[in-house]
Structures are given as structure tokens and as C-alpha cells.
Design a protein around this ligand. Sequence first.
Ligand SMILES: [Zn+2]
Length: 338
Amino acid sequence: LAYSKEETKAHDYVKKVLKALSLETKVDSFGNLHGRMEGNGMPIIIGSHLDTVKNGGRYDGSAGIVSGLEVIRCIKESKIKFKHPVELIVFRGEESRRFGKPSLGSRLLTGLISKNDLDRLKDNDATLRKAIRDCGIHLGGSTLNSAKAYLELHIEQGDILDKKKIQIGIVTGIASSVRYKITVYGRKGHSGTTPMNSRRDAVDGASEMILAREKILMAEHKKGRATVATVGIINVPSGSINVISGKVEFYLDLRDIDIKNRDETEKLILKTFDRIAKKRKLQLKYGLLERTMPVELKRDVQGLIENSCKKLKIKHIFMPSGASHDAIYFSYKGIPTG
Ligand SMILES: [Zn+2]
């Protein structure tokens, strides 16, 4: 998890590996680990993360770090002349599981996070600021502004390449998400004594909304759109088997690489939720958690990756990434990213 003891341990392990490759290492004021092979001019950054989600598999994030280490080792062993510095950055907190916001380490490093988030984002009682401090990190203000390029290898986390038996997907752009915490308020009642026709059941209402979302997205899919929306968490606070729920919280994650499609679908979903709530005499509260912009990645970086694939005779296709990555924040900074 982000800024946990386990994450620190994993970072310490990579630090040892970097030192064994006789690289200069440093931990920045946001806890990200840097290993640098010196050169001239702006660095070429290879980045990824080591935190992951439960059942996320062994390769999420760590594959990017291991391949970065391998790149550095190969350059060193082959003794090829390399002009630019090569810097491996191991980011903290890429997953949103703990604080509800992804890519904390890379956002802090690129300055693309509101400073209020340090005190606003919480895991139970611990604010992000406290969690960072508890890792022994002294928060600072220095941020990264420029680099020659930013590269990140990541597993697909989908099955398009697997089904087609293609090894490399050259990423053309990264989808980004709109996220809401939605609270549905109904009326509490006894499950045995309240007739079916006089209920204002928050669980029933939330269920209808969640299924309506699926219907909307399936219709979008039929139109050939790539928009996806997911409800991954549903809470019934103080729920009981014999009580009609007066309150349900659920989280909506909506994504597309095409901002117009995403916004259109968002409007349609929220309008539908409002209609269902009105029909069932429920109240709704929308808490916007996240709204990031999708990015198109630089063509020249894609071209370089394509050339390497051709040279090595590796099967490849061009495709967007439905998952968000640290790379997105480097692209926002105008750094050529791939
Ligand atoms: Zn990842």
C-alpha cells in the first residue's frame, strides 16, 4: 500500500540493487527512489511503482522497475556510449487503494497535486501528510520540471494482446477517469413490518442505478465507443439483515480516452441516477473524487518503440491504455512520454 512499511521495504530492496549496479541513489522529498547513471543534459527517465492491489499479480508495477534495472545493466555491460543521464524512478503510492487518489508519488514530484490533498486525503485517521512522515520522509517542495523523455513499461492488465498473441502494445494515449462517491439516502424501516409499497429502500435504489449504468455502457459499446464505467465498492453503513437501509454509498469510476465521449456518458449516467432517485423518493449526494484529462502520447516516442520492435522482429500493435499510470503526469508536463 501507498506509504506503508511494506512499500518502504520494497524500495529499500531496489535501493540495494541500484547500489550493486554502482548507481548513485537518492530518495526525494516525497519518498520516491531515484537511481541515476550520469551523462550530459536532461535525463531519460524510466519509471514505475512497487505498490499494488490485492490479487494484482506479481507483475503490476514491479515489471516496469525490473525492466528499468535491466536496461541500465545492459547499457553498463555492453559499455555502449550513452549521452543522456538515465534515471530510474521508483514511485510511491501509484495505487489509489489507501488514499483514494492514484499516482501520489509522481504527482507530488511533478507538482501536479493540490497541496491541500496532503491533509485532505485520509486512510482512517492518518492523513497523507502523516503517512509520509511516518515513513521517515521529510516533505519538501522541489519538483521535477523537465526531462528528455519518460518511459514506462507496464503489463497490459487486459486481454487484447493475450488473445491476439502479440507481445508489445505501443501506447498511443492514456485514458483517465472521473470518479464519484455517491451516497443514496432513503428511509430506514423494519424488514418485517414495512409493506413493499411504502418503502424508500436505499439498497434497492442503488442497485437499480448500478444496473442502469451497465445498460448505458453496453449501449455505448454497441455504438463502437470505448467508454467504461465500474462500481467497485458498495457500502451499507450500519446495515443489518432485518433493516431496510436508509443509506448506501457506492463509488463510480468512469473512463475513456475520448474526453467528449466520457463527458457525454457521465451526464447521461448522472441524469439517469437522478431520475431513479426521484421515482423512488430517495436523495442523492455526489462527491467528486477525481477528474483527470486523458492524454495522447508523443508520436516520436511511439516511432522509436516501433522501430525497436521491427528490428527485433517482435509482434506489436498500437493501442490506447485503459489503465492510468504515472506516465500521464510526465506527459501533462510536456515531456515526451511512451
Ligand atoms: Zn501499475
